[in-house]
Ligand binder design. Structure first.
Ligand code: PXP
Length: 239
């Protein structure tokens, strides 16, 4: 069975729009878990534009929720992650002005730091993933850096599919990386920009065992509800 992680950052975005505590990310995290998500993803950004420190504390404290915390390599954020002990960590690059995570990590530039941070999470028994663009060199680096998993950035292929452009080259790249990574003993995940159509295409790659999806699920839930939307995705990923 392939796994589905649901990113609820945008629930916090809606909450923050009114400066109140509704909708409440903790309640939604519990609800999302009940609706069949295998894990709940939250991204504590350096500018705290959606999820905040209190959300991280409350969601990670509820051990019934399997929490996947996305973080940058910022020292303060790494400290918060270690203190709250989520089940999973996904290390992502972060730029202040970006609307969302724009590309994968630069594993070459940040090698020493990433290795050190991964070893801290390994010691704390936290499954650690690196968010990377689909290229073989980064897959090999992820293994050398002792990551447990890689999450392949699917933003580019999602964009091509949505714009009805030729996506075959990108799909081949993702397939090659998935096989290569699996052979290295890495867990292969995929995320970013996914909707029903893009997920249906990518789930044919058998090495991909987990999808992390946020914006589309929250958007679709306005019309169809979280339960129905999560159920539809679970069906697609295990077809
Ligand atoms: N995976 C990672 C590493 C991300 O940074 C994001 C965006 O926060 C997602 C998955 C989810 O992307 P989307 O909201 O486009 O589904």
């Amino acid at each position: 069975m392939k796994k589905l992680g649901v990113n609820i950052d945008h629930v916090a975005t809606i909450r923050n729009a009114r400066g109140s505590n509704h909708p409440n990310p903790l309640l939604i995290a519990k609800h999302v878990s009940k609706c069949g998500a295998d894990s709940v993803t939250i991204h504590l950004r350096e500018d705290r534009r959606h999820i905040n420190d209190q959300d991280v504390l409350e969601i990670c404290k509820d051990r019934k929720i399997i929490t996947n915390l996305e973080i940058s390599l910022n020292d303060e954020i790494v400290k918060i992650a270690l203190k709250n002990k989520p089940n999973y960590i996904c290390i992502v690059p972060e730029k202040r002005k970006e609307i969302t995570t724009e590309g994968g990590l630069n594993l070459n530039k940040n090698r020493t730091k990433i290795k050190k941070v991964i070893s801290l999470f390994n010691k704390a028994n936290i499954r650690t993933s690196l968010f990377i663009d689909p290229n073989l060199k980064d897959i090999q680096s992820a293994k050398e850096l002792n990551a447990d998993c890689v999450e392949i950035h699917t933003g580019k292929i999602s964009d091509l599919i949505k714009k009805n452009k030729d996506y075959k080259k990108e799909l081949i790249k993702i397939k090659k990386c998935s096989k290569f990574g699996k052979n290295f003993g890495l867990e292969i995940h995929a995320g970013h920009g996914l909707d029903y159509k893009t997920t249906a295409i990518l789930t044919k790659i058998k090495e991909i065992t987990e999808f992390n999806i946020g914006h589309f699920i929250i958007g679709e839930s306005v019309t169809h509800g979280l339960k129905k939307t999560i159920k539809s995705f679970r069906k697609i990923i295990n077809k």
